[in-house]
Design a protein around this ligand. Structure first.
Ligand code: SF4
Ligand code: SF4
Length: 200
């Protein structure tokens, strides 16, 4: 019955006005730092946010958690001679387990003997088909393919990523997934130490 007199509308408007007013209050409290700083975005994404807290993408970006995954990338290590060496051995396991079959690999071969070389001559991922499941990264036995945090890949053309555009350094991997990278580095070092121990 009360809504008949417009009380509900007034109540709704008062909530909107409160939000509007609290936006300026929060701006004053944060001295403008609630915009375009990691702390400010975290504040507006959290339970203590007051006022209007829409993230103003693309000027502002919500920080993604470490386990966030988008399109995979290929990890390379920098060799002592300065060469970038992909960890991928072109074994093909990732391509086999990929549910939508969006990975294509061409293995290198010795030009004289024709025997396969454990190094991909070509490596493609169709980013428009990839469903970001992360199975390729889970199954790779060489920590050679990992899920990226970069989600800004939209374009007006078909997004087929080649070996050059997929390759990123182990340092980059460590910067986006520090926990996983250090755990995997420790496991690899332990394996190498165990092999050396057996050889002695
Ligand atoms: S990324 Fe890993 S699983 Fe895929 S081909 Fe290379 S080594 Fe094999
Ligand atoms: S994330 Fe999933 S869909 Fe995408 S390439 Fe890897 S296995 Fe395929």
């Amino acid at each position: 019955m009360s809504d008949f007199y417009g009380k509900g509308i007034l109540k709704g408007l008062s909530v909107s006005f409160k939000r509007f007013w609290e936006t300026y209050l929060d701006d004053l409290t944060w001295l403008g730092k609630r915009y375009r700083t990691d702390e400010g975005i975290a504040h507006r994404s959290g339970k203590d946010a007051r006022g209007i807290f829409t993230v103003q993408y693309p000027e502002e970006k919500i920080p993604v958690p470490e386990e966030f995954r988008y399109i995979p990338f290929l990890v390379y290590d920098v060799e002592p001679n300065g060469e970038n060496k992909l960890r991928c051995t072109s074994c093909g396991i990732c391509a086999k387990v990929c549910p939508p079959q969006c990975i294509w690999i061409v293995r290198s071969s010795d030009p004289v003997s024709g025997r396969p070389i454990p190094d991909p001559a070509e490596f493609y991922i169709d980013a428009d088909i990839c469903m970001n499941c992360g199975l390729c990264a889970e199954y790779c036995p060489f920590d050679a393919i990992k899920m990226d945090h970069n989600y800004e890949l939209s374009s007006f053309k078909r997004n087929i990523l080649d070996k050059a555009s997929l390759s990123k350094s182990a340092k980059y991997y460590g910067s986006i997934r520090p926990t996983n990278a250090s755990r995997e580095d420790a496991a690899r070092s332990a394996k190498v130490a165990a092999r050396q121990g057996k050889a002695e």
